[in-house]
Design a protein around this ligand. Structure first.
Ligand code: GLY
Length: 348
């Protein structure tokens, strides 16, 4: 499992993380934004590194970019004992993690996530990969970073939309863990961010994820809890992409949680008051993703093709209550359409 460190002093934390690994040479993978904004901070903490920067958008998370990272490592003389540091958001930690996991059958890597989404989700738990044939994360392996260094100072320059995007995954961690963490998250003022409190909440959030991944690293069972909100969420994300108006992953998950909380109420007895409070928070902060009943068929087809499904049945993670998880739940088309009706009624 990952060694996850909530940084107090990046230089010291990085020194310790590097010492844990073999490292005849150290390489850094950044994107064009983190190269400008975050790399100078990293270079204050280490020297003698070779840096490679790739395009920042998710469309670069592909086989060609992966080949360019392998080429870079190869041309700069990386060996089996070299170390790769991934500096960026989820795209960088996923692609860099996969490049490291496959180069010379696997070299050590450290994740240094710079977005909230990557800190609380993507960089932790060992999922690595790239998109392929238009499918997200279609090719990849489970292979945890040796260390994940969480420096929440990077969040001070992150834009509000990306803070909200990561916060949706934190809200999910609250819903699948315990009432007090969930209540703290709902009370957080997203419009006046208290970064000290945010750091504490990020630490708790990562603990929730680590606790689950530790029980089921390869997602055979309880790790599916982390998919709460994602069955509807991925369909919304894909619909937005098809409309050429992409939405951030966390926003899609927030809208997906509205749907899956309602489904949890109907099918699993999730308490209505807690559903209403959570939906209120989402509506206030994330606004609305609009669709009509003429989009239902496309949304249903997208859910049918979700890679989380087994035996061609749409798979949901539902909640009986906060922290009471039910994995491998199913729903027929009529129920799914009723849930979409509910979303439109309560969000519009
Ligand atoms: N993003 C969900 C997981 O890591 O399983």
């Amino acid at each position: 499992m990952n060694n996850v460190v909530l940084c107090t002093n990046l230089k010291q934390n990085l020194d310790v993380a590097i010492e844990r690994c073999e490292h005849d040479k150290i390489f850094v993978l950044a994107d064009v934004h983190t190269q400008q904004l975050c790399l100078p901070l990293l270079l204050k903490s280490i020297d003698n590194v070779q840096v490679f920067a790739i395009g920042a958008e998710d469309l670069n998370k592909n086989i060609q970019t992966l080949v360019s990272v392998w080429n870079f490592l190869s041309q700069k003389g990386a060996s089996r004992h070299s170390l790769l540091i991934n500096l960026g958001g989820g795209m960088i930690t996923d692609l860099g993690g996969f490049a490291a996991s496959t180069f010379k059958r696997g070299i050590n890597y450290i994740n240094l996530p710079t977005t909230l989404l990557a800190m609380v989700d993507a960089s932790v738990g060992g999922k690595t990969g790239i998109n392929f044939n238009g499918l997200k994360n279609e090719i990849g392996v489970f292979n945890a970073a040796d260390s994940v260094l969480i420096d929440t100072d990077f969040l001070r320059t992150l834009n509000h939309d990306n803070i909200l995007s990561g916060y949706a995954e934190m809200l999910k961690h609250g819903l699948i863990s315990d009432v007090s963490h969930w209540a703290e998250l709902l009370n957080f003022d997203m419009n006046h961010i208290d970064y000290t409190l945010l750091k504490q909440l990020v630490g708790q959030s990562i603990q929730v994820k680590q606790g689950i991944v530790g029980q089921d690293p390869n997602e055979k069972g309880i790790r599916k809890a982390l998919n709460f909100g994602h069955t509807f969420g991925h369909a919304f994300e894909s619909l937005a992409l098809a409309r050429q108006k992409p939405i951030l992953h966390g926003y899609a998950v927030a809208y997906g949680m509205v749907c899956e909380l309602y489904m949890s109420c109907v099918k699993s007895g999730f308490p209505k008051d807690k559903m209403r409070q959570t939906i209120h928070f989402i509506k206030e902060n994330y606004g609305l993703f609009s669709f009509g009943c003429d989009d239902y068929d496309q949304l249903y087809q997208l859910m049918l093709h979700d890679k989380k499904n087994e035996n061609d049945v749409i798979n949901f993670t539902l909640l009986e209550d906060i922290g009471k998880i039910q994995i491998n739940q199913h729903a027929d088309r009529k129920t799914i359409e009723e849930v979409l009706d509910f979303y439109r009624e309560c969000m519009e």
